[in-house]
Structures are given as C-alpha cells and as structure tokens.
Design a protein around this ligand. Structure first.
Ligand code: BES
Ligand code: MN
Ligand code: ZN
Length: 493
C-alpha cells in the first residue's frame, strides 16, 4: 500500500473510506466530531443507541457519503486518553481489514490523531503504517486463482500535528519498518522446497546488490577448514548445501558493530530424532530468525541508521538422510568445545554456537541472536512475548524496553549457573539437550558457553514468529523490537 500524509479536514477528504475514532464511555474523537457535524448529529445518536461502544478495535461502517468520502468507518479506540500502544495498533489493523471488506481502494485514516498513552505523534504515524501493512499483507503468489478481496492501494494518514519534516521522516521510517516486516513474512511463508539455504543466500546478495551493504558467503568447504563442526553436523542429513551468510551494513565509520545472528533452519524435520507428523509443515518457519536478521539490516540501511551492523546467518535443513548425525555422536565446535548430540532435533543451538563463536572476530559491541529455538518457550510465554535471556543486564533491559515501546514484547527468563549442570555429558564437554525441565533456559545455557567474550542477548521467538491454525503465517516479529533497539543505539555522526 502507498502511504501519504493529509492535513485536510475529515469531511474534505476524497476517499473510499474515511476512518475516525470513537471513545469508550461516550465521546467522539475530533475527526468523528467533525463528521458528526457534517451529518447533523447522526454519529452521536449512533453512539447513544449503543451501536458502537468504542471498545478498542471495534468497527462499524456507515454506508453513506460524507463530504467527499464514499463511506465512513467508525473505530473504537477505548477510553479517551487511555489508548494503549498495543490497542492502537490493533485498532488500526482492524480498521484496514474492515476497509478491505468494504472494497475500499483508498482509505483516509484519522486514527493517527487519537492520542496514545505515553507515545509521541511520530510514534503513532510510524506504527499506524506498520499496523496497516499487517492488515493488507497477503501471501498469494503461489495460488493460481487469487481468492478474497483486493486490498486498498492508497492510505492517507492524518498528520497528528507534526512539523512537515518530522511527519515526512516518520512516514519514511514507518514505511521502511513495514516493508521489512512484509519482506521477512514473504521469506518465511515460502515453503521449504523454495526457501532453501541457497535461496536465503541469494536474498542476502540481492540486498547487497541494491547498495549500502556487503554480502559474503561461507560454503561448506570453508566452514570445514574453519572448524565449524557443529553447524556441519546438522547439514550432514540433507543434500542442500549449508551456508554461513555474512551481511554487513556500515553507517558509522569504524565503530564496533552490533552482530545479529539469525537461526536459518529452512526446514526442521528433527533429523534422526524425527518430529511427529502433526503440524510438521510449520517447521518451514524455523528460519524466521534468519528472515528477521535480513529484514532488520534491509530497514536499517533504508533508514540510514548511524550504526554498524553485521548479520550472521547459519543456514541449513535438518533432515534424516543416510549420512545424518545420530544420537550419541560427538562433534567439535568452532570454539574447540566438544558436544555430545543426544537429540538431533536440538539442531538450532548447534548451528548457532558456531555462528556465535565466529561473531568474535567482529569485536562486537553486542551480539543478539534470534531463533525459533524451543517449543518450551511457546509453553512458557505463548504468542504474547518472546523469551529474553543473556549475559548482560543492561543489554537485556534495553531490548525489553524497546519491545515495550513498539508493542513487540519479550520477557526475561533466568540464566543462572545452577541450570548449567543439566547439560553435563559423560563423554563430551557438554550435551546438546538438558532434559525436559526448563527447556528454554537450558538451550540458552548451551549458547552461553559460546558467548563469554561479549555482551550477549538471546531472543527465543518460537512462540511469536508465526501463527498456527486458520491464520497460519509468519508475523515478522521481532523486527519492530530490533529496529527500535537499533535506533536507540544509533547516534548522529
Ligand atoms: N525448531 C524447534 C523449536 C520449535 C518448536 C519452534 C515448536 C517452534 C515451535 C527446535 O529445533 C526444536 O526442535 N527444539 C526441541 C528441543 C528439544 C529436543 C530439547 C524442542 O523444543 O522440542
Ligand atoms: Mn529441532
Ligand atoms: Zn529447529
């Protein structure tokens, strides 16, 4: 969708669908009040009758012309002055879904003028774009008959009182974030037979070719000579060649970079420790960490953030081929530490540990890995928050705050030494699994053994990266969180 800014009065907007807010417990937003005047009090009486209560995200279409607008969509925004960031985003998404149902080709959205609790006008503009794009996103390129309604093509957003420059910047930033989210969703929604490790590598090269970034690939032979025995162990079960993708963005001279590591398992069958068949198709989403990292670098470059970034993506399939690793096999990681592979389905940590050791060569200011790592995290936190663990409290606090700001939340779990003993092995330096208890924590304990030389945070996104069921598909999380974090770190040069 194309986004523009408008300063027009609501009843002066030429649009297919004029979107205005209604508050809970009575009260029209400013824009709704203007429409109400143009309709001689009709909105007020609709609210009076109780046809819309104003609960966040509730929608009610008025199928009639107002001024130059073909129709009006009333949208609940909660109690005046109490609209929470997540409620605001939800309301905008619902509004655009309703506009799609109404077959609107263009939308004029005045919800951006509704104040959001503890957030700026620029925030509202940016997040309205992210939330709108969420509503109109479709993945139908593999359908030969495209079902469903065509989505709106143009969206004019009410400038919530920002100076022209600031509004334009917010529009550009919001668009960059929203496009990054759609880019990552596209990659993750592609099936495993199309989105292979080589395909991810091509995507990285494509981003670099468009300028502002450098892409480099490590092939299996190079990984072999470097000693990445843990990553290569996972790759043994498939014919698809594994890759290590290295994507670099320089926006700040020689400053120490932030390294983002993304798990890129393009399909996780479990390997010899084969997963049960139900919902196994969803394991095509096991590269959502990789998609996140590619998308974050893409947006950071578009936004010209004054920061240096390295994206590291270890990528492979996890299949049970004839040469696949077996339970009990012992391999040597890039760090030199040996690992007894007790469960071949705990493959994410095996590819991540070599990438995390490789990260040291960039002398990073911080390393953040992003991975659909454990089913236990889905049980612990559900789809609301990702798991947050690490070795640096300040870094973790920064990430948690960034997530709260953009309603893309993560929540801390402890990483105490006491959990480390669950990884004891009789035959190697460590086992790759730590039993049924505290599965998300023991996975992070494993990674912690490879991240001792820099500030590190681990985001377990197994519960937030994609949805199951009727709305099956990637979410693009935690891209908004990471971009918010990086914007906080970027200093004007
Ligand atoms: N990719 C999975 C984790 C996962 C599970 C992501 C469910 C999304 C939804 C990971 O590779 C895995 O299989 N983890 C195992 C670890 C176990 C063997 C210790 C798990 O969580 O069951
Ligand atoms: Mn697995
Ligand atoms: Zn996996």
């Amino acid at each position: 969708m194309e986004y523009t800014l408008t300063q027009e009065a609501p009843d002066q907007c030429a649009t297919d669908c004029l979107v205005v807010g209604i508050h809970e417990h009575g009260g029209l937003s400013e824009a709704a009040a203007a429409v109400d005047r143009a309709l001689a009090g009709e909105i007020a009486s609709i609210v009076q009758r109780g046809d819309i209560e104003g609960k966040p995200g509730q929608t009610l279409p008025l199928l009639r012309r107002v001024g130059r607008a073909e129709r009006v969509l009333l949208v609940g925004m909660g109690v005046r002055g109490e609209c929470k960031p997540s409620q605001f985003k939800e309301a905008v998404t619902r509004a655009l879904q309703a506009a799609t149902e109404l077959r609107a080709k263009t939308v004029a959205n005045f919800l951006t003028a509704v104040p959001v609790k503890d957030r700026s006008a620029a925030w509202a503009l940016e997040q309205a774009i992210v939330a709108s794009e969420e509503a109109v996103y479709r993945f139908d390129r593999l359908k030969t008959r495209t079902p469903g309604r065509p989505v709106p093509q143009g969206c004019a957003l009410m400038n919530p009182g920002l100076a022209e420059d600031a509004a334009r910047t917010a529009l550009q930033n919001g668009t960059a974030i929203a496009r990054a989210v759609s880019f990552a969703k596209d990659l993750a929604n592609l099936p495993g037979n199309m989105c292979t490790p080589s395909y991810l590598a091509e995507q990285a090269q494509g981003l670099a070719a468009r300028g502002g970034m450098k892409a480099q690939l490590l092939e299996e032979a190079e990984m072999e000579s470097l000693g990445m025995g843990a990553l290569l162990a996972v790759a043994r079960g498939t014919h698809e060649p594994a890759k290590m993708i290295i994507l670099e963005y320089r926006g700040r001279g020689d400053a120490a970079p932030i390294v983002l590591v993304g798990k890129g398992v393009t399909f996780d069958s479990g390997g010899i420790s084969l997963k049960p068949p139900a919902n196994m198709d969803e394991m095509k989403f096991d590269m959502c960490g990789a998609a996140t990292v590619l998308a974050v670098l893409k947006a950071a470059a578009e936004m010209r953030l004054a920061i240096n970034l390295v994206g590291l993506i270890p990528t492979t399939e996890n299949l049970p081929g004839g040469s696949a690793i077996k339970p009990g096999d012992i391999v040597t990681s890039l760090s030199g530490q040996t690992i007894e592979i007790l469960n071949t389905d705990a493959e994410g940590r095996l590819i991540l540990c070599d990438a995390l050791s490789y990260a040291e060569r960039f002398k990073p200011a911080a390393v953040i890995d992003v991975a659909t790592l454990t089913g236990a995290c889905v049980i612990a936190l559900g789809a609301q928050a990702g798991g947050l663990l690490g070795n640096n409290e300040a870094l973790s606090a920064e990430l948690e705050a960034a997530g709260r700001t953009v309603a893309d939340r993560v929540w801390p779990l402890p990483l105490w030494d006491e959990y480390q003993k669950q990884l004891d092995s009789n035959f190697a330096d460590m086992a790759n699994v730590g039993g049924r208890e505290a599965g998300t924590i023991t996975a992070a304990c494993f990674l912690a053994r490879f991240t001792e030389n820099y500030p590190w945070a681990h985001l377990d996104i197994a519960g937030i990266a994609y949805k199951s069921g009727k709305d099956k598909g990637a979410t693009g999380r935690p891209i908004p969180l990471l971009l918010e974090f990086l914007r906080g770190r970027a200093q004007p040069v």
